[in-house]
Design a protein around this ligand. Structure first.
Ligand SMILES: [Zn+2]
Length: 190
């Protein structure tokens, strides 16, 4: 299993998945972001890990696990000046800019913490879509040899929600094999 999650210290992949050493191939970065195939052509560590997991380890499941109170997602709404001294972070977070546009378009009335929670969840779906931009991943999805899963770790409640495309919601029940070949992720979640 490939587990892609945030660098946040409160997220412990082995704890979250109740797995042991040897069971998870883990990618962590600020905001659990998968750069789209055409965004970072060279020296893209996420792409390298994704390629290795799919083509060599032949993992069956790929999980993107976002979480509540994610500073990376919050920073999408900060003024440019607040990130002026953090050029690397600022540049990295621009990869999630489509999430911000999406939230502002589909949830124009929502503000504050609720907006942050929606952004965290929409970011999970955006990064799942980004996985599909890699030809080897899209081929594996077509062949049903990999399945994509979106998880949301609510740190305060200590619970995991998983995205169910049939209800378009993040739900408590964990079930697998959510994403069949070419299955389009819907536009909005709550
Ligand atoms: Zn985070």
């Amino acid at each position: 299993m490939l587990f892609i999650t945030c660098a946040d210290s409160r997220v412990d992949p082995n704890l979250v998945t109740q797995s042991r050493p040897g069971e998870l191939f883990i990618v962590r970065n600020v905001g659990n972001i998968v750069p789209p195939h055409d965004a970072v052509m060279d020296k893209n560590s996420v792409a390298a890990a994704l390629e290795f997991a799919v083509s060599v380890l032949k993992v069956a499941d790929i999980i993107i696990c976002g979480h509540s109170n994610c500073g990376a997602m919050k920073s999408l709404y900060q003024d440019e000046s607040e990130l002026a001294n953090l050029p690397h972070l600022k540049e990295w977070i621009t990869l999630a800019a489509p999430v911000k546009s999406h939230v502002e378009r589909y949830y124009p009335e929502i503000t504050g913490e609720k907006k942050e929670r929606i952004t965290e969840k929409e970011n999970i779906l955006e990064q799942l879509r980004n996985i599909e931009t890699y030809p080897f991943a899209s081929k594996a999805l077509r062949e049903n040899s990999i399945y994509l899963h979106g998880w949301y770790y609510d740190i305060g409640k200590g619970e995991i929600l998983s995205y169910n495309p049939s209800t378009d919601k993040f739900e408590r029940t964990l079930s697998s094999k959510y994403f069949a070949a070419n299955k389009q992720l819907p536009a909005g979640v709550e």
